[in-house]
Design a binder for this molecule. Sequence first.
Ligand code: PGA
Length: 310
Amino acid sequence: MKHFTLHQLQVFEAIARSGSFTRAAEELCLTQPTVSQQIKQLTKAVGLPLFEQLGKRLYLTDAGQEVLTVCRDISERLSQLEMTLADLKGLKQGELRLAVTTTAKYFVPRLLGPFRQRYPGIKISLKVTNRQRLLERLSENLDDLYVLGQPPDNLDITLRPFLENPLVVVAPHNHPLAQEKSIPLQRLAKEPFIMREPGSGTRMAVERFFAENRAAINVEMEIGSNEAIKQVIVGGLGVSILSRYALALEGTKGPLTILDVEGFPLQLHWYVLYPSGKQLSVVARTFLEYLLNDGKHLAAQVDLAVSSKS
Ligand code: PGA
């Protein structure tokens, strides 16, 4: 056991995460023979195979799973050590690992600039993915903090709502209902609807709302991207329900408009969360405080900008 090295564990973690020796080699700027050699030595030290290849896919063996868990613990402890040392030196420096849903990308990245200006030593990495993948990342403890709109209710997490998340009905500006007031939900239900992909938090909120109101959705198409949904709406394929933040840059004076449907906007919230047992690094705690104070005001201005462009 004592013969394996941190470097071998780092190579192993990259393969386990990416599912491929080639991608791990690219990510770590190593040659493939070096990667294979590192894994050979690690396998020898462990005394059991770490991967098995079935067809084209690479799977972790039970021993591989155990090693991966330890890898993640070690990397977590090392980054904590880095943060603690940075704190001891009296500097706010280190790395902040954020993961946000594809819809939160319309405001979280904007908050990073002012934060970095305040703490120039901090390196930030930001993952943007849908709700389902975000929750997988959370259960693998890959990031410091997570921002999403539909929190899970079955996980042991610390959850802080920090901002409103209005969901609105988006249509092309020349839509026949664009000038109508208080459009009944049953009327909206007849429109061809562009739906986010399974695993999306927006989709979850939309389906819940229609089920609660006993209305059927006339799904025309499923798309895994808010930006592509906006484009097909402009192209006349249908309407959709999106967070108002998704219109942050263009507002509703351009090709898109917001329909005045009864019950809308749906008033949801944005949450920041992390696993309850997690010991937050100094950097993560600093960002959390920033988000709950100044950050949330800056983000609210992003949404206000949509209203003022309406
Ligand atoms: P989504 O999530 O981007 O997966 O739709 C939005 C949300 O967090 O509510």
